[in-house]
Design a protein around this ligand. Structure first.
Ligand code: PMT
Length: 389
């Protein structure tokens, strides 16, 4: 199943490290070439000799062990098609999230531009610690959440390494399933910012998570990705930061001719302030002030109007707080896009700012498909599977 593929297994210092011996065997049985890198603490739980015998390769631990003239971390990052860090401790997750490179494993992770799977395992209180959750959210990796049950530390809760089958299946899925290979996908995300004066602006609650999940998934599916976002994002693919709707429009338009697909997940302001004050507006004695707003261009509609043949495929999002499907049907015909992905933004458990979403995909021929509530990465994957699968 994995012939011709190289899997780099990264093992960190947790009790579940012993289970990874079996995972290595699973990769070997599937004909993968397996490279192993351990943190020094991982070797407290599993021996180098065991890992070497199973992987049929040297096990790397020391960053400064010179074997040839290639820096070890770059050479590993170049040779592997995927990196699988399992078990991933809270310590290693936090280091990778902060760009700390104090051992070979974290240095490789930092230099790795291909997909990374992270399978955390730790005490349940550590897993629930908001700092660890925040660090996990920073990672642009496929996170396989731990399972609940009895933990080696004596606690009962969420923290056990997920099943090896799950890690193996995800590896195969990422390595094999490349429905976007060779496609250039442009995605917008985040809420546009319309200045009022140097200190104030009009914006909205878009966190950029939906667009980011789409961009990360497109990258994993083999696409050449450009993310145009109002948020600070650091990724190995092309990220262009923009601010206002006008900025976003001119940036997307530059990408139009080369794009195979444009996805407008951004929440674009329909109006902007007519005259931006160059100085901070002073408080006056009046109880009211009036800001005059002017209409922003409709980027999505203009892109659709520019399209002469089947390329690029244009996908819009539709944020509604009532009559979702009815309004979405009207919007897809008004805007003229190929697909419109409707989400209900009146719900607090999905949509704006949430890690979850529930959407209905409408196509221009009247077709409809509902994707039940799931995390935004799963929703992103299912959207691409529906459209390109
Ligand atoms: O960022 P998150 O916190 O993860 O939240 C995700 C989301 C709710 C923002 C996202 O899923 C979403 O619904 N994005 C579209 C928001 C929006 O602007 O919807 P709309 O129905 O107002 O606009 C319809 C489409 O036209 C959108 O694709 C929008 O990008 C586009 N548009 C809107 C106005 C405008 N002037 N130009 C546009 O191109």
């Amino acid at each position: 199943m994995l012939s011709g593929k190289t899997v780099l297994v990264g093992i960190t210092g947790g009790i579940a490290a012993y289970k990874i011996c079996e995972l290595i065997r699973m990769y070997k049985r599937a004909n993968a070439q397996v490279l192993v890198v351990c943190t020094p603490n991982a070797l407290n739980f599993v021996t180098k000799l065991t890992l070497q015998n199973l992987s049929k390769n040297n096990v790397a631990v020391d960053e400064f062990e010179v074997k040839d003239f290639n820096p070890e971390h770059i050479s590993y990052a170049d040779r592997a098609d995927i990196m699988v860090i399992a078990p991933a401790t809270a310590n290693t997750i936090s280091k990778i999230a902060s760009g700390v490179c104090d051992n070979l494993l974290t240095s490789i992770a930092c230099a790795f531009t291909k997909p990374i799977i992270i399978a955390p395992a730790m005490n349940c209180n550590m897993w629930e610690n908001p700092v660890i959750q925040e660090n996990l959210n920073k990672l642009h990796c496929e996170i396989l959440e731990p399972e609940s049950g009895y933990l080696a530390c004596g606690y009962e809760g969420k923290g056990r390494l997920c099943s090896l089958d799950k890690i193996f299946d995800k590896t195969v899925e990422i390595l094999k399933y490349k429905p976007l290979n060779g496609k250039k996908i442009v995605i917008t995300s985040g809420g546009t910012i319309e200045d009022i004066d140097p200190v104030r602006y009009i914006s909205n609650y878009s966190s950029g998570k939906m667009g980011l999940a789409l961009a990360d998934t497109a990258k994993n599916f083999g696409a050449d990705v450009t993310l145009i976002t109002t948020k600070d994002v650091s990724r190995t693919y092309n990220v262009i930061k923009v601010k206002s709707a006008l900025d976003m429009k001119s940036t997307v338009e530059k990408e139009f001719d080369n794009a195979d697909c444009i996805i407008m997940a951004a929440a674009v302001a329909d109006y902007r302030v007519k005259e931006i004050s160059s100085r901070k507006m002073k408080k006056t004695e009046d109880d009211e002030i009036t800001l005059t707003l002017v209409k922003n261009p409709d980027i999505l509609k203009d892109l659709c109007g520019r399209k002469k043949n089947s390329k690029p495929l244009i996908i819009g999002f539709c944020a509604e707080s009532e009559n979702l499907i009815e309004n979405a049907k009207e919007k897809i015909s008004k805007k003229g896009c190929d697909y419109l992905i409707a989400n209900d933004i009146s719900r607090t458990d999905i949509g704006f700012g949430s890690d979850y979403n529930e959407v209905t995909i409408l196509d221009k021929n009247g077709g409809m498909k509902k994707l039940e509530r799931a995390d935004k990465k799963t929703i992103a994957r299912k959207i691409f599977e529906e459209i390109y699968g």
